[in-house]
Design a protein around this ligand. Structure first.
Ligand code: NAD
Length: 377
């Protein structure tokens, strides 16, 4: 049987790449499962639960014997050195700008898959780690904002008087933004949102949010065939900023989620905009790890900028680790299941499969992904 090793991640990462449920299912597919001791602790999964699901509890040294390695994040150089040549690694690989690390994995003879490059097609929905994690991050962003906000979110009519509802503005209405809108609505806030993709307008409205955007010809063409946003022109961004500036001054909470694949996050909230908000206002920058949507936001920190509390937590899905791990583990399982023959239980990678083509970074000693192959020295 092929040996699958579930790594314990570094101290910065509370998530884990398997759950007792997926361990049991992987055993059912014929794999021999080894879970590194303590791998699930920060997600609330004790070793004993992995053991009763059918895994052997091992140490980091067991990684060297593994045929398949399940991870949340790309392995470090030291970890790569401990893997055997020919091993298959599944992780969120963060490949953009990390070409040297990809070359290192290729040189080590690893076959590696970047889960975040999974195409957004119906067949791969259950494997979509960006969606599963962004959804939870969008939820958590609202909880974090509510925690820092010194007022109530819903309107409350009490004998002692009425407390007004918070006004929440969500910038970027993709997976995270839409969940932020839904969560803020559930808490009773008055919610508005913006995006550059026209498809977002109806989705925002269907969740009870008000849509705010410059709807010119460029806006009407801003969505790529893959469903992502295009970088917008300087002219559009100036028009968008003017519209947003008026709106933001009246908001209590701003949550930004705007991303463009493979590029730095667009700067959407300036210091002047923050200064226009009421004292006690809160802003959450979910794009902080990609350069940030908010001027002055700091990765991993809660800071005060122009009187506004600006939340820049990194790895926000990791702040709701038990749920995030459960969904990430299912995403990985769903992908691996496509590589196992139901009858013979044989594991094999079909390089003609569109899911493999889209996600495979390295194979046979080379960087094979078309986006990154040419960038390697
Ligand atoms: P993302 O994380 O790449 O970006 C977040 C949002 O920011 C996007 O909606 C984007 O349009 C927006 N944005 C970018 N620049 C902006 C700017 N200057 N101002 C305001 N907003 C800006 O996006 P995502 O959450 O991954 O979602 C992208 C799309 O893919 C969405 O339409 C989503 O519904 C779709 N999707 C489809 C599937 C599927 O079909 N299986 C799965 C998941 C997501």
């Amino acid at each position: 049987a092929k040996i699958v090793f579930v790594s314990r991640e570094g101290s910065e990462e509370p998530r884990v790449s398997a759950s007792p449920e997926t361990v049991k299912r992987l055993v059912g597919l014929g794999f021999s499962m080894v879970v590194e001791n303590g791998a699930g602790l920060a997600s609330g999964i004790p070793d004993a639960d992995f053991a009763s699901a059918g895994a052997r509890i091992g140490t980091a040294a067991d990684a060297g014997a593994a045929d398949i390695l399940l991870r949340v994040n790309r392995p470090t150089a030291a970890e790569i050195a401990s893997y055997k040549s020919g091993a298959v690694v599944f992780a969120v690989m963060d490949p953009y700008g990390n070409e040297a690390a990809l070359a290192g994995m290729a040189k080590a003879g690893l076959t590696t898959f970047a889960m975040e490059l999974m195409p957004r097609i119906t067949r791969a929905q259950s494997m979509d780690v960006l969606s599963s994690q962004a959804n939870l991050a969008g939820y958590r962003a609202v909880i974090d904002a509510a925690h820092e906000y010194g007022r109530a979110m819903p309107m409350m009519m009490t004998a002692a008087g009425t407390v007004p509802a918070a006004k929440v503005f969500v910038m970027g209405a993709g997976v995270a933004g839409l969940q932020a809108i839904a969560t803020a609505r559930r808490l009773g806030a008055v919610v508005s949102a913006t995006d550059v993709r026209p498809a977002a307008k109806e989705q925002v409205a269907s969740l009870g949010g008000k849509f705010i955007a410059v709807e010119d010809d460029e806006f009407k063409a801003a969505e790529t065939t893959a469903g992502y946003a295009k970088p917008m022109s300087a002219e559009y961004q100036a028009k968008q900023a003017a519209l947003v500036a008026d709106h933001i001054a009246k908001q209590d909470i701003v949550i930004t989620t705007a991303l463009i694949p493979g590029r730095p996050a667009p700067k959407l909230v300036t210091r002047a905009m923050l200064a226009s908000m009421k004292p006690g206002s809160v802003a959450v920058d979910l794009a902080v790890e990609r350069g940030g949507n908010i001027e002055g936001s700091e990765k991993g920190k809660v800071v005060t900028v122009e009187g506004v509390t600006v939340i820049g937590y990194a790895n926000v899905a990791g702040r709701i680790a038990a749920s995030a791990s459960a969904l990430y583990a299912r995403n990985l399982y769903a992908f691996i299941e496509t590589m196992v023959d139901k009858g013979t239980k044989e594991f094999s990678i079909n390089i003609e499969d569109e899911l493999v083509k889209a996600t495979m970074l390295t194979n046979g000693g080379a960087v094979v992904h078309p986006t990154f192959a040419t960038a390697v020295p």
